[in-house]
Design a protein around this ligand. Sequence first.
Ligand code: T3D
Length: 269
Amino acid sequence: MPDDPAAAGVAHPTVRSEIDGGIATITLDRPEALNALTIPMKTELLAAFRSIARDRTVRAVVLTGAGRAFCAGQDLKERLEPDPTPLAVELRERYNPIIRAMRALPQPIVGAINGVAAGAGASLAFACDLRIAADGASFVLAFGRIGLVPDSGATWFLPRLVGPAKAAELALLGSTVSAVDAERLGIVVKVVAADELPDEARAIATRLTELAPLALAHTKRALERSWSVGLDDALEDEAYRQGIAGASADHAEGLAAFLDKRPPRFTGE
Ligand code: T3D
C-alpha cells in the first residue's frame, strides 16, 4: 500500500492534517461512520504520522475525531466486503505500523478524545502520550462483543495505564469507561466540556511546543523503555540520554534563559 494517499487513489481524504504554530492537528474525518477505520483511512493516518516525523517545524501533535466520535475502531462494514484481508495480515500491515509510528514519533501526541473511542479507536487513544477528554467521551474495548481479541496495542497499553486488575476487567468484560472514570483511572489527564476540548487540547500542545524538542523526544523514549528494563538499565539509559540532552544547544539556551530571567527560545538543536 503506498504511503501517499493520492497515489492510493483516495478522492476524499478521511484524515485531515493541519499545521499551525508548531502544532500538527490530525483529525479522523469519517463522522458518518463514527470515524471507523477503513483501509484508505489507515493509509492516510500512517502517512500523516510519517510526514510529521520528518517535519522539524512540528513540536507537538493533537489527534482527534470529527463529529460525535473519536473513532469506532475497524470499519466492520468493510470487513464484510468480498475477500477481506485476513485479520492477522491487516494488523501486521496496517494497524501495527500506525501504532509503531505513533510511539516512534519524536513529537509528543495529545489525544483530544471528543467522543467514543472503541476497539482499535481506543488503542489509538491509548497510543497517544497524553489524553484529554470531552465530558461525553468514553472508552470501550468492544473487541470481545464481536469475538475478537483486543489489538493494536490495547493489551500492552491498558495494563500500563490502569494496572493489571482494571485492565483485565476492561479487556475481558468490554465495560464502557466514561470520561469521568477515565480521569479517575489515569487514562486521561483532564475532562472538559465538549466545546472547550479543541482549545484545551491546543493549550496542552502549546505548552509542549515551548519545551525543548530533543529533551521531549528522549523523555518519551525513556518512559517507554523503562517498562522493559530493570532499574540499573533505566539509570544507564537516563545517563545516556542526559549526555545527549546536556550537550545540546537547547540545554545551553535553557541555562542562559534561567540566568537572564526570560523564557527560553528552544530550536531543537
Ligand atoms: O481488520 C480487523 O478487523 C482487525 C482489527 C480490528 C480492530 C477493531 O477495531 S475491532 C472493533 C471494531 N469496533 C467495534 O466493534 C465498535 C462497533 N461500534 C459500536 O459498538 C458502537 O457503534 C459504538 C459503541 C462505537 C457507538 O454506539 P452508538 O450507539 O453511539 O452509535 P451507533 O448507532 O452504534 O453507530 C452510529 C453509526 O456508525 C451506525 O451507522 P448507521 O446505522 O447510522 O448507518 C453504525 O453502523 C456506524 N458504526 C459504528 N461503529 C462502526 C460503524 N460502522 C462501521 N464500523 C464500525 N466500527
